[in-house]
Design a protein around this ligand. Structure first.
Ligand code: AMP
Ligand code: MG
Length: 290
């Protein structure tokens, strides 16, 4: 009997579709199992194997995007990563974007705004970090902090953050119209997973640097954050810039899923090698004669 079962499950899916991770498919945050592996029924080692393979695909597509950018194609990709502390945003940047040529990646993380940043509109610091043509930009936190931590802690009056959902939608629409594919992903973890990860930061000298005592205080606001994340998903999940929710208690799954989201985005761009802006045969002849 067990043989039949093994045979039945031996065909592992070879990719996770973006549509699998849409909020409309997964449902409300509080109903999602943060240990789930939507679209993938393999083990951790299956996932690691697949990640290597899909990393090669990602690198190939990224090279096409980069080549296009060097040849006048103005398109780019922006990966927006949001998630609670310890949700694995930094790991995504290292492990996923680490699989592609660093020349083609721009990275920005957004912490507590500086005094100068606070003097400007909340999108001011974001606009300065948008990817150039041909680049994949990765945001570790983003303009969404201005409707998350800001909402949870009343850092501005309600009418001000309330208006930001619409401002964000308009901003992202402009970005997309100008040729940037926006890939938005929320890494969704459980409070227990966060406790474990914070505990690790306190147990290991090589992790102390990641620990911030304020992270423990923030845990008291967990439900407020979940509410703010849910509102974010409802208010800013648009056709041009849709959200994805990635269950992230299993880091290997989250990394694989994000890789697939970026691959999907790049494939939809229908990229190709740019035509030469010189006469190939003529240049071959000149080279031979040189
Ligand atoms: P980390 O990502 O661990 O370096 O932490 C960055 C911190 O900056 C987090 O606690 C964020 O909530 C906070 N942060 C990011 N953007 C904002 C913002 N617009 N207003 C207030 N705090 C922010
Ligand atoms: Mg932190």
């Amino acid at each position: 009997m067990s043989k039949t079962k093994d045979l039945g499950s031996s065909k592992k899916p070879d990719r996770i579709r973006s549509s699998t991770l849409r909020p409309e498919t997964l449902g409300r945050l509080d109903t999602i199992d943060t240990r789930a592996k939507p679209g993938f029924d393999g083990s951790k080692s299956d996932g690691a194997k697949l990640l290597t393979k899909r990393g090669e695909r990602l690198a190939g597509l990224q090279e096409l995007l980069y080549a296009g950018g060097r040849s006048g194609d103005t398109r780019s990709v922006l990966l927006v990563l949001q998630g609670m502390d310890t949700s694995g945003k930094g790991g995504i940047v290292r492990h996923v974007m680490g699989m592609v040529d660093p020349q083609g990646v721009s990275h920005a993380s957004f912490g507590k705004p500086t005094d100068e940043e606070l003097e400007h509109d909340f999108l001011w610091r974001i606009k300065k970090k948008l990817p150039d043509p041909g680049q994949i930009g990765v945001f570790d936190r983003s303009h969404y902090e201005d409707v998350l931590v800001v909402r949870v802690h009343d850092l501005v009056p309600m009418p001000v953050w309330q208006k930001r959902y619409e401002e964000i939608n308009a901003f992202e629409r402009e970005l997309v119209d100008a040729g940037t594919t926006v890939v938005k992903a929320m890494l969704h973890i459980s409070p227990d997973a966060q406790r474990e990860r914070l505990a690790k930061r306190l147990d290991r000298p090589d992790k102390y640097w990641k620990f911030n005592p304020a992270d423990i205080d923030e845990r008291a606001y967990w439900s407020g954050y979940q509410e703010a994340y849910q509102a974010m998903l409802e208010e800013t999940d648009t056709d041009v810039a849709p959200w994805h929710v990635v269950p992230a208690d299993r880091k290997w799954y989250a990394r694989l899923a994000i890789t697939e989201l970026v691959i999907d985005a790049l494939e939809a761009m229908d990229l190709g090698w740019p035509d030469p802006d010189f006469d190939v045969e003529h240049e071959k002849k000149r080279l031979a004669e040189s």
